[in-house]
Design a binder for this molecule. Structure first.
Ligand code: GTP
Ligand code: MG
Length: 314
């Protein structure tokens, strides 16, 4: 059983209620932007006016034009069988349902290596801190690798998360070779019998091709220690950066072989609609969403809950 299964089964009803409340609070801004959609669907027919208002609302919540078209086609097709409001909800859920695929730390792979990538400021290090706590709650022994050697403060920040969660952090002096740091951390995690190694990486180097070369090198060097590592490459995307984030994600997808996405800072943004864009144009599983700064604000991605929360006020 994956640790997610355990995680879920341990949740009490009260905890579930508080998770959904946090989701509700986190998505409040996007929800406010979507508010009113219910009104345009009050009329039974879907006419050009309805479509235009819907388009404007979706675009303002950062749904891309191609994705918007897919949604509108979905509503029109469904509206023959169900009322417009239900057609809208079902279309949105269908669009993001394929992204639901939880991260599974495979039993027997030890250490299970999670490489965390993304542009600077997207929330990588914070996400690692939150993820560490989640994994620990499931009894996993976690170790961290400070692969962001570009800034001195980066490894300090990771070390602070390590102290907070009481897990070892492998780090070297600023300027050290990140691939070497992560390789050493792998060996150390293996020697200590850690279950999971999470490696942080830099989000900014002198230029974009430098960053991509470095990620390729990390993969190459890590592959010498364990051919299948990294077992998961998590791309952390700042949910407030909209269409820009999509372009970045496409680049990382190809070069860093991303296997899962975390969308952070949805709480700070009215652009939660970008999840639909990601679903349509990127098609990589969303493992978690970040809806705030506390550990419980890193939530498993639940398409039904996500859509229902967005449409709650309608
Ligand atoms: N509101 C909110 N803030 C977040 C969330 N996730 C991360 N942050 C904040 O975003 C800022 C940047 O986070 P970091 O974790 O340092 O980002 P990073 O990707 O490691 O950045 P670099 O190391 O510079 O590449 C911090 O102030 C975090 O507290 C979230 O889900 N919600
Ligand atoms: Mg960082």
């Amino acid at each position: 059983m994956s640790w997610f299964g355990l995680f879920k089964s341990k949740k009490t009803e009260t905890e579930k209620a508080s998770l959904s409340q946090r989701l509700g609070e986190g998505l409040a801004k996007t929800r406010a932007r979507m508010a009113g959609i219910g009104n345009i669907f009050k009329r039974d027919v879907i006419d050009e006016d309805t479509i235009e208002t819907l388009e404007d609302t979706l675009l303002s919540a950062d749904v891309s034009i191609p994705t918007c078209n897919v949604i509108i086609d979905g509503i029109k097709a469904r509206a023959k069988q169900s009322d417009p409001q239900t057609a809208f909800r079902d279309t949105l859920i269908d669009l993001i349902q394929p992204l639901k695929s939880d991260l599974t730390v495979t039993e027997g792979i030890k250490p299970y290596v999670i490489l965390v990538v993304g542009v600077n400021g997207s929330g990588k290090t914070t996400t690692i801190g939150k993820l560490t706590k989640k994994l620990q709650q499931e009894g996993k022994r976690v170790m961290l690798a400070a692969g962001d050697t570009f800034r001195a403060a980066a490894s300090e920040q990771l070390a602070t998360w390590g102290e907070r969660n009481n897990v070892p952090v492998i780090r070297q002096a600023p300027g050290a070779d990140p691939a070497a740091v992560i390789f050493d951390a792998y060996q150390s995690a293996q020697a200590r019998g850690s279950d999971v190694l999470i490696a942080d990486t830099a989000g900014r180097l002198q230029n974009q091709s430098g960053l991509m070369d470095e990620l390729a090198k990390i993969r190459r060097v890590l592959g010498k220690a364990e051919a299948d590592a990294p077992h998961e490459t998590l791309l952390v995307i700042d949910g407030t950066t909209g269409q820009n984030a999509l372009q970045q994600a496409k680049l990382f997808k190809d070069i860093a072989h991303v296997t899962g996405v975390v969308v952070t800072k949805l709480d700070g943004s009215a652009r939660g609609g970008m999840i639909f864009t990601l679903a349509h144009e990127l098609a990589i599983p969303v493992r978690f969403i970040g809806v705030g700064e506390s550990v419980d604000d890193l939530q498993l991605f639940d398409p039904d809950a996500f859509v229902d929360t967005l449409l709650d006020d309608n």
